[in-house]
Design a protein around this ligand. Structure first.
Ligand code: FAD
Ligand code: MG
Ligand code: MG
Ligand code: MG
Ligand code: MG
Length: 455
């Protein structure tokens, strides 16, 4: 905490007015960064703008602290507490960083230009243009995996962006109020209050956990007539949830879920998604229909259209359909001066913020060395090495699980102490002092007053 306060002071006193920052220098190389998520922001925080002109292109003008997004779907934390404007991050730089709120729609590695489009609702007279780069850093993240199944985009909610959390929140309260509507048939009440989560990875598990807490702590108190009708079901195709954790922690999670009456259906494949029900193939290969009120879809990642377009342009070098292929220096195979980090890449690591952050930091050091080499100094560029700090997941009722390799070998812990640890790790990993302050405030607020049940 003392460190955090010191850092807060740094943030407050070392920010620069944009007019005090150096302007773009035509003699310097220009680095264009695509994205404002974990990979991009980690790179931006450490790139030395004395050496480069830096430009950022992203359809959202803020960074989002994704690990606490599940908490926002139920109102334990407010969305604005986990957002940070990109300009707040760039104000500490020596040189002005240009930001364009737009989507990159094409990369041309031949002419070294990108096409950008303003995708917001309100546009000026120019909303499409091309921009040249000397170096390009792709940190565009990934899309939601739907396996091409019809109905998913239409009827399910994802959990990746701010608007996803808002939509989940609105639908949940909508289901609850409709279930309480006059003369509602009992089977319709059961359907409306059945919340189904597809995907047993960390996102699906944490969402189910947060939802359980919200039902127990708040909704059952405010809606006593519906209290015994709420149901949560988690559907997973594999034999167990959280495959990245040890078998002991998987068991602990599954037994905690059982106590909390979250039904876990493993070895169950979703076959069809309709507006009020999903059809699944259960563990015994029977086709079963599951009626739902709210459907949350968290089955992992697939490449975004921009990544697919680039891969198709340079398909001799890009041989994996699962993501952009990079070498150990984060260079995109087949596209000189294009680098890629984070979830958009196809790599041997899991798609996590931890990986994207380390890759962003690493890439900034590569750029630092490239600049020194150009000045005639002898610098060596070493390959990227990932250092795994552990995995954490919140599983509900103030319990969390942790796989921590730094505690002698592979120690796995679960329980309430881990939960306190989980909170402190997230707080210390937030990018700004302002965010930490807001999140701690939200936690205290929901402890004292409970969560808000308005839509
Ligand atoms: P992102 O952070 O997704 O950023 C991508 C950026 O690119 C965004 O700003 C986006 O707007 C922008 N973009 C998209 N398309 C374009 C385009 N065409 N042009 C320009 N910009 C574009 N990881 C952990 O390590 N620990 C956790 O506890 C954890 N919890 C998570 C919880 C949830 C609910 C979710 C969804 C993810 C979680 N993750 C966690 C995973 C982590 O968020 C991702 O691995 C991480 O965000 C990847 O970083 P990235 O920079 O590659 O992509
Ligand atoms: Mg990013
Ligand atoms: Mg992000
Ligand atoms: Mg606009
Ligand atoms: Mg990425």
């Amino acid at each position: 905490t003392v460190g955090a306060i010191g850092y807060g002071a740094y943030e407050i006193y070392n920010k620069r007015h944009p007019l005090e920052q150096k302007p773009f220098d035509p003699k310097k190389r220009t680095v264009v960064v695509l994205g404002s998520g974990w990979g991009a922001v980690s790179f931006l925080k450490s790139i030395n703008t004395d050496d480069y002109n830096v430009m950022v292109v992203s359809p959202r003008n803020y960074f989002l602290f994704t690990p606490l997004l599940p908490s926002c779907t139920v109102g334990t934390i407010e969305l604005r507490s986990i957002m940070e404007p990109i300009r707040f991050i760039t104000q500490h730089k020596s040189r002005n960083v240009k930001f364009y709120e737009s989507e990159c729609t094409d990369i041309d590695p031949e002419s070294k230009t990108i096409s950008i489009t303003d995708v917001s609702d309100i546009k000026g007279s120019v909303s499409n243009t091309t921009v040249p780069y000397d170096y390009l850093v792709m940190a565009i993240g990934a899309d939601n995996q739907t396996f091409g199944m019809a109905g998913v985009r239409e009827y399910a909610c994802f959990l990746k962006e701010i608007w996803d959390a808002q939509k989940i929140r609105t639908r949940l309260m909508d289901c609850v109020e409709s279930a309480g509507f006059a003369k509602q048939a009992p089977e319709e009440v059961d359907r409306l209050l059945h919340m189904v989560v597809v995907g047993g990875g960390p996102t699906g598990v944490e969402y189910a956990a947060e939802l359980h807490d919200f039902l127990k702590d708040d909704l059952e108190v405010w809606y006593p007539e519906l209290a015994d009708k709420f149901r949560i079901t988690l559907v997973e195709a594999l034999p167990n949830v959280l495959p990245m954790f040890s078998s002991q922690l998987i068991q602990y999670t599954e037994s905690t879920f059982k106590q909390n009456k979250i039904e876990v259906l493993t070895k169950t494949m979703v076959k069809e998604v309709a507006d009020k029900e999903i059809k699944v193939m259960d563990a015994n290969k029977n086709l079963v229909s599951i009626p739902y009120g709210l459907l949350v879809w968290a089955t992992g990642n697939c490449p975004r259209p921009l990544a697919r377009k680039l891969m198709a342009r340079i398909k001799e070098a890009q041989t994996s359909p699962r993501g952009v292929l990079v070498d150990d220096y984060m260079r995109v195979a087949g596209a000189p001066d294009v680098y890629a980090i984070g979830d958009c890449t196809f790599s041997k690591y899991a798609p996590t913020a931890q990986v994207a952050t380390q890759q962003g930091l690493y890439l900034a050091s590569v750029f630092e060395n490239l600049a020194r080499i150009e000045e005639g100094q002898s610098k060596k560029i070493t390959p990227f090495e990932y250092s795994h700090q552990g995995s954490l997941a919140y599983i509900g009722s103030d319990k969390a699980i942790a796989d921590l390799p730094f505690l002698n070998g592979n120690v796995s812990v679960g329980g309430v102490a881990t939960y306190v640890f989980w909170r402190s790790v997230y707080i210390s990993n937030m990018f700004s002092f302002r965010n930490r302050f807001l999140v701690v405030g939200d936690w205290m607020k929901s402890k004292v007053f409970g969560r808000d049940v308005s839509r």
